[in-house]
Design a protein around this ligand. Structure first.
Ligand SMILES: N[C@@H](CCC[C@H](N)C(=O)O)C(=O)O
Length: 294
C-alpha cells in the first residue's frame, strides 16, 4: 500500500462528491475503495474526483472520475466545481486547466464564490454518444418506456457531453415520474452500449427548466452538471429554449448553463466543503481529520 491520501467530502449543489488528493503518487483509487466508501453513510457519494499529477503540458492536473458503483466517468461538472473550490482554497489561484477522460477543460472561481466550468463542445453523432444503432437525427430517437400504446416516457434527445445523456421531455412535474423505477432500465437499455445518464426535463420558460437525473453508475442524485448541460443543449437544439438557461435541480439548487456561439457549454454553480479526512485508495478505509467539521 502506498499510504493514505487526503480527501475532502464536498457537494456541488447536492451532488455528493469526494475530492481525493492523489498528487505525487502512482496508484489510483480502486473500484473496491469506491464501493466501500459509498457503503458508509458518512462518506456516501455520487462521484470521486481523484486529483493526479498532470499528464499533459499546459494542464495543472489529471482528474480521474469514479462513480459510486466503482465505474469510470468521463465528465462531472458538479465535481469539477468542487475540485476548483478545494484547489483555490489551497493555492489562492482562481483559474485551472484540467485533463479528464473527456479531454482538456478550463474552470474558474468567480469573486462571488460561484464556479464556471467549460464543459467543452457537445457531440450529437450516434456513434459519438454512443448508440448501438444508427440514428441520423439525435434530437429525438425512438425509445420508450411503459405501455406500448401509452408510454410514460418516450422520444428522448440524446447527446454526449463527454459522457452519454438521454433527455426525456415532460410537460408535468418531474416528481410525478417514477425515475427510480425507470432509471435503471433506461440506463442499461441495449441502445446505450456504454449505458447512459437519464434525465427528465420540464421546460418552464425559454430561460428555465426543472430536471431530475438518474445517473449512470450512481442512481438518483440531487444534481448532475453534465446532465444540465446536455438538457440545455438538447432544448436549444429542439427550439424549446434559448441558449442560456437556469435549471432547478432535485436538491433545490440552481445551475446556470450557457451554450456559447463558439459551441462551448459553460456550467456555473456553487460548491460546498463538508469535512476532510484521509483514506486508503486501495480499500476505502478512512478516518476523519480531528479538526474537521462534523
Ligand atoms: N454528477 C456528474 C456526472 C457524473 C458522471 C456520470 N454518472 C457518468 O457516468 O457519466 C456531473 O455533475 O456532471
Amino acid at each position: 500500500m502506498a499510504g493514505t491520501a487526503p480527501f475532502a467530502k464536498m457537494n456541488g449543489i447536492g451532488n455528493e462528491i469526494i475530492v481525493a488528493d492523489m498528487r505525487g503518487r502512482a496508484d489510483h483509487v480502486t473500484a473496491a475503495a469506491a464501493i466501500a466508501l459509498n457503503a458508509d453513510v458518512a462518506t456516501k457519494f455520487d462521484q470521486i474526483m481523484a486529483i493526479h499529477d498532470a499528464r499533459t503540458t499546459g494542464t495543472a492536473y489529471y482528474i480521474d472520475i469514479l462513480n459510486s458503483d466503482g465505474t469510470s466517468a468521463q465528465a462531472c461538472g458538479n465535481g469539477t466545481r468542487c475540485v476548483v473550490q478545494a484547489l483555490a482554497a489551497e493555492t489562492g489561484q482562481k483559474s485551472f486547466t484540467f485533463e479528464t477522460r473527456a479531454g482538456i477543460l478550463n474552470a474558474q472561481e468567480h469573486a462571488d464564490g460561484t464556479i464556471s466550468v467549460d464543459m467543452g463542445k457537445p457531440r450529437f453523432g450516434w456513434q459519438e454518444i454512443p448508440l448501438a444503432e444508427e440514428f441520423r437525427d439525435t434530437r429525438m430517437i425512438e425509445l420508450q418506456i411503459g405501455p406500448i400504446d401509452a408510454p410514460v416516457l418516450h422520444s428522448p434527445s440524446v447527446v454526449s457531453m463527454g459522457n452519454p445523456h438521454a433527455i426525456f421531455w415532460v410537460d408535468r412535474d418531474v416528481w410525478s415520474y417514477e425515475l427510480d423505477r425507470f432509471g435503471p432500465l433506461l440506463e442499461n437499455h441495449p441502445i446505450f452500449p456504454e449505458r447512459a445518464n437519464i434525465t427528465i426535463a420540464h421546460v418552464t420558460s425559454p430561460q428555465t427548466m426543472v430536471i431530475r437525473t438518474w445517473e449512470r453508475g450512481a442512481g438518483l442524485t440531487k444534481a448532475c452538471g453534465s446532465a444540465a448541460c446536455a438538457a440545455v443543449v438538447a432544448a436549444a437544439r429542439t427550439k424549446r429554449t434559448g441558449r442560456i438557461v437556469s435549471l432547478l435541480t432535485p436538491g433545490g439548487g440552481e445551475l446556470h448553463v450557457e451554450w456559447r456561439e463558439d459551441d462551448h457549454v459553460i456550467l456555473t454553480g456553487g460548491a460546498e466543503w463538508e469535512f476532510s479526512g484521509s483514506f486508503d485508495p486501495s480499500t476505502g478505509a478512512w478516518a476523519r481529520d480531528t479538526e474537521s467539521a462534523a
